[in-house]
Design a binder for this molecule. Structure first.
Ligand code: ARG
Length: 572
């Protein structure tokens, strides 16, 4: 929208000769002070060319230029040519488009290209720690943003469901003589597995031979021993049950749960290919791919006991994803601690001759920091008294929110699910509001507050917009709107913000930065609160017109919240 206004000015000015359209576009600026118009053309660089004072040039241009459609006036001021958009016209255009397109307003046409996004991807057998929220929410939001930008998205949870840790679990399970009949295995829970890990570490300290036992157990699993396989499946199912519960609460979805174990059968082919391409080198009893020429340490492919590694499975996974999805891009939303791993995997694929390896992108992010007893931010544990498990943080956040809701609105139905959704949006927004490489400072009170740059504040703006509609009891139609009622500064500020949606989606996608949309949601919320504060809607002469703007703002905010992976709340 904004673009087309600039384009229109460029065409009108270029029609006078002297400047080309692209020269005008390069000069056009948006004035800091809105009283100087919506766009401003500085005439200073023209002074030399035309041998006239900038002030005279601006005045001259103002008399000659044909005002493009959608503009109310053009005014020369001290060497600037200021263009004013016709507010009523803009309002009509934009709100008309929002009404027709609904939540799709600002989205892009399908481009027929696929993006694979690998996110969350936790390790099986362990509870999700709070820090897992980062990959989960950044990935969930990116998957929605890419879709809105026109890509077809394949959402993958690359579970860590293979590796020696399963040898440990199996060893401990059997050592403790736990029941192995199908019915008992089906009742296993994730906390049982956590317990097994803990006991394993304890017992292994005294009896180091347990580590060998665990390795042997994993080898039997790798060799397909049916009994070991049954235990492994039970452990995996117990974890998936809990993951599923958490993902449902958080509104996180995947198309495929293809974890590391899925790639086991494809490993021999990868090894054979590396071998035939003469890339596999023996080094210190391991087989590796050398990456010295790229100043990278070697990529470890196979250990001396024949077992393969994380990187080997990522090679297989990348090849599989290319074959299955022919992606234009494949994103790995994984913490920055794994940057080297991804460089090695991508470089190995390049050495294998796959020019598409440059379509693989690691999307790193910073840590979550907590305030310690001395009031300093540090990595690791949440403040004492709080667990660092994601489920506990979610639960505690929900409890805090529900107390606020009970105070403010004791009659709210489904208060429990509303509280969960606000809690999730508080945690998600806290995570997404800053550029992803920044560490996230997690402060309970700040994140859960209904004031400031928080999820609850934005949800509250959405609720207010919805509740005006509910109180009105009808839906306003464009045909009932008197556009001249919507030309005041607050209405205009709001609509100018709404027009930026597609631009924000593009920027968020091109930079892989949900923060751009998070900040945008905040801008909408603030402008909406201001509009509502200054412009009474119900019971005024302007009611239908203002309600129409409220409805459109609600639609835009609803979708922006969804793009962040947050459920938009309608009542609280
Ligand atoms: N499971 C790994 C971890 O928890 C993350 C996996 C990320 N995805 C990948 N394709 N390597 O560290």
């Amino acid at each position: 929208m904004t673009n087309s206004f600039e384009q229109a000015i460029a065409a009108s000015v270029a029609a006078l000769g002297t400047l080309t359209e692209s020269e005008v576009l390069a000069l056009l600026a948006i004035p800091q002070d809105p009283s100087h118009g919506d766009f401003s053309l500085p005439c200073f660089t023209l002074a030399k060319l035309l041998r006239k004072a900038p002030k005279a040039i601006a005045e001259n241009l103002a008399t000659q230029v044909v005002l493009p459609p959608g503009f109310a006036k053009v005014v020369p001021v001290n060497g600037y040519l200021n263009f004013y958009i016709d507010r009523a016209f803009l309002m009509q255009q934009v709100l008309g488009e929002i009404t027709t397109k609904g939540t799709q307003f600002g989205h892009y046409p399908r481009r027929g290209e696929r993006v694979v996004i690998d996110y969350s991807s936790p390790n099986i057998g362990k509870e999700l720690a709070f820090h897992h929220i980062r990959s989960t929410m950044i990935g969930s939001s990116l998957s929605r943003i890419y879709h809105a930008f026109g890509y077809d998205v394949v959402r993958i949870n690359h579970l860590g469901d293979w590796g020696t840790q399963f040898g440990k679990l199996i060893t401990m399970y059997l050592r403790e003589g736990l029941p192995t009949d199908p019915a008992s295995l089906a009742t296993l829970e994730i906390k049982d597995l956590n317990q097994l890990y803990a006991s394993f570490s304890k017992v292994a300290k005294e009896n180091p031979e347990l580590e060998d036992e665990a390795r042997a157990a994993f080898t039997r699993l790798e060799n397909g021993d049916p009994f070991h396989r049954t235990l492994w499946t039970a452990f995996k199912n117990a974890t998936l049950k809990e993951l599923d519960r958490l993902y449902t609460q958080m509104g996180v979805v995947f198309d495929h749960y293809t974890g590391e174990s899925f790639f086991e059968p494809q490993i021999p082919a990868v090894l054979a290919e590396l071998e035939s391409k003469k890339l596999l080198v023996s080094s210190q009893e391991r087989e590796v791919v050398l990456l010295d020429d790229l100043d990278l340490p070697p990529c470890l492919i196979r250990k001396s006991d024949g077992s393969t590694l994380y990187a080997t499975r990522d090679l297989a996974a990348a090849l599989h994803r290319m074959r299955e999805y022919q992606f234009a891009k494949c994103l790995y939303v994984v913490d920055q601690g794994q940057a080297l791993h991804f460089k090695q995997v991508f470089a190995t694929l390049a050495k294998m001759g796959y020019d598409w390896s440059n379509r693989l992108v690691h999307i790193p992010f910073g840590l979550i920091l907590h305030l310690n007893e001395e009031g300093k931010w540090e990595k690791g544990k949440t403040r004492s008294g709080h667990s660092s498990l994601l489920r506990d943080v979610l639960e505690a956040a929900k409890e805090k929110i529900i107390t606020t809701i009970r105070e403010k609105n004791p009659d709210l139905e489904n208060a429990d699910s509303v509280a969960t959704q606000i809690a999730v949006s508080a945690l998600a927004f806290n995570d997404l509001k800053n550029r992803r490489l920044m560490d996230v400072k997690f402060d309970w009170d700040a994140a859960l507050s209904f004031e400031g740059a928080t999820g609850p504040y934005i949800q509250n703006a959405h609720v207010r917009l919805c509740s005006i509609g509910r109180k009105a009891g009808y839906v306003a139609e464009a045909s009932q709107v008197d556009w001249s009622f919507l030309t005041d500064d607050h209405s205009y500020e709001l609509v100018r913000i709404l027009t930026r949606k597609s631009e924000k989606i593009r920027q968020a996608c091109e930079n892989d930065e949900p923060a751009i949309l998070a900040q945008y949601s905040l801008e909408i919320a603030e402008a909406a609160h201001r509009f509502i504060h200054h412009n009474r809607v119900l019971g005024t002469e302007q009611e239908r017109s203002r309600l129409f703007l409220v409805q459109c703002t609600q639609i835009v905010l609803e979708d922006v919240l969804q793009l962040l992976g947050v459920f938009p709340i309608r009542a609280m």
